[in-house]
Design a protein around this ligand. Structure first.
Ligand code: MRU
Length: 346
């Protein structure tokens, strides 16, 4: 991916992001020097996807420290700016997780914070490969017959992470094993992370795919044209209820009806042990203009209002499995990912 492996990199002692709002037409690199600049990049989805937000948040703590030195902030101002960063988007738990992990090293100085943030970047890359292999093993075991027709939603590829991807990492792994027939890519209205980002990644990887409108997915799944659905996650409650890009719930309902496996691939850092169930997950509502417009042009009548939840929650009862870098939680067999559950990892 240009000379990026994923959504971001730490280069010349500073944070650089691919501006994902411009893909697939332009690959532009943003250098982030201020907390405001990073908050803005997060808010307009120049950087997005749960694991990438975790890494960006952690590296953003270094950005904040450097800005504090340049502009003479006191400790209270620095803490307030870091707190604003961790709240830049509410649903993906990785953002607050990444900020908190890096900020915990503030008393030890800049080098320690940089090391903590880069450890998150490196662990994410390694973890994605591990979860991809584990989920691919699972899908090969439950669907041994032929190359698979897969469906995915939003973008859970390298662009949502530091490398390889979560849900799309599973697709890449299956493709490397010769087990993918083709991938159906939900366009993912309103911001088109599927058609703009996932299709871009699959094209570059040489994996056969077709972009579909979100509305086509249920009919294709229930009509037997999809062997498995694979998505990422923004926050997984302790009981397995999973928040992901709006539209994921409809896919899960259709997959349950069709008896097709519905697999969530996400790092352990996406599991929020403090949130008992999906009803307690905060859903981000974004500007109504995103749904009232298409490609920057208003398509709804001037008098219409819009409602724009960016995520929905799929109840655990509709999931087949949650796969992380450490384990497979077989949700369909009653396992739960939370610490209180028998599957807990210390
Ligand atoms: O609004 P976005 O683009 O940040 O939403 C991203 C998603 O919903 C992804 O599917 C999710 O973060 C998982 S990707 C690892």
């Amino acid at each position: 991916m240009t000379d990026f492996d994923g959504a971001l990199r730490w280069s010349d002692d500073g944070l650089e992001l691919i501006d994902q709002t411009l893909l697939p037409h332009e690959v532009r690199v943003l250098r982030i020097d201020t907390v405001d600049g990073l908050r803005d990049a997060i808010a307009r989805l120049a950087v997005r996807g749960a694991p990438a937000l975790g890494a960006a948040g952690a590296l953003g703590v270094v950005v904040a420290m450097d800005q504090a030195v340049r502009e003479g902030w006191d400790g209270n101002r620095l803490a307030a700016e870091i707190d604003g960063l961790r709240r830049a988007r509410p649903t993906a738990v990785n953002l607050a997780w990444g900020v908190d992990r890096a900020a915990a090293r503030l008393p030890d100085g800049r080098d320690a914070v940089v090391a903590a943030a880069l450890a998150i970047v490196e662990a994410d890359a390694r973890g994605n490969r591990a979860m991809g292999a584990r989920a691919a093993d699972f899908l090969e075991a439950v669907l041994p017959e032929r190359p698979l027709r897969l469906l995915t939603h939003c973008n859970s590829g390298a662009l949502c992470a530091t490398e390889w991807g979560t849900g799309l990492g599973v697709v890449r792994e299956l493709a490397a094993r010769g087990r993918v027939d083709h991938v159906l890519v939900d366009e993912t209205r309103p911001l088109l992370q599927g058609s703009r980002l996932t299709a871009w990644e699959l094209a570059r990887a040489g994996i056969d795919h077709a972009v579909i409108s979100d509305a086509a997915a249920a009919g294709l799944i229930v009509g037997g044209q999809v062997d498995a659905v694979i998505i990422g996650a923004d926050r997984i409650a302790a009981n397995g209820d999973t928040a992901n890009k709006v539209g994921s719930l409809g896919l899960a309902l259709a997959a349950a009806d069709a008896g097709a496996p519905f697999v969530v691939a996400a790092p352990e850092s996406t599991i929020d042990h403090a949130t008992p169930h999906g009803g307690a997950i905060e859903i981000e509502y974004r500007d109504e203009d995103e749904v009232l417009s298409f490609a920057g042009r208003r398509v709804a009548p001037a008098g219409s209002r819009g409602l724009n939840p960016a995520f929905d929650v799929t109840p655990a009862r509709l999931l087949t499995a949650i796969v992380t870098e450490q384990r497979l939680v077989h949700v369909a067999r009653g396992e739960q990912p939370g610490r209180s559950a028998a599957t807990a990892v210390s």
